[in-house]
Design a binder for this molecule. Sequence first.
Ligand code: ATP
Ligand code: MG
Length: 156
Amino acid sequence: LEEGQIRNVPVVFNLYEFCKEMVDELRSVCKENQQVQYIHTGDSEVCVDRHLLKNVLINLISNAAKYSGEGKDIFLNTAKVDSTLNIVIRDQGIGIPEQDIPYVFDRFFRAQNSGTIQGTGLGLNIVYKYVQLMNGNIHLDSKLNEGTRVSLVLPT
Ligand code: ATP
Ligand code: MG
């Protein structure tokens, strides 16, 4: 979660190293016996706004951890294909009811099944705005009680 929209100059960096470091930092948001399994394919040199990307990934991986139980691993896949960066974050958590999916990027929206899990409903709205600032696309698929998959396509 982070408010304020500061657009920085995109720089060239190693996405694989960047994500590995972030996955390490995010061990604190994971449950017992829950890990982020990270795989990168293709060239790992990318050019994007790393500040925006970091906030997007922290929000999405935190959601994946928060809305899934102990022992349910999270999968992070990154791939560079030509001048496009594809990122997928997948969990095996509580999922989102079909009728709620169209609203998940709305400010303050929380799905009906979020129950006692704490949240403000801001994270995905900020993620959506940041992806727009990066001229990218975001898509969320989910199945109740099975899991959620968020895919990002970013120009690089
Ligand atoms: P925060 O502002 O702290 O991120 P939040 O997690 O409730 O609060 P969002 O990240 O915007 O808010 O997500 C909106 C809603 O979408 C959540 O309240 C939850 O109902 C649902 N949701 C988001 N990600 C997942 C996920 N990976 N699995 C299941 N439900 C999810
Ligand atoms: Mg959230």
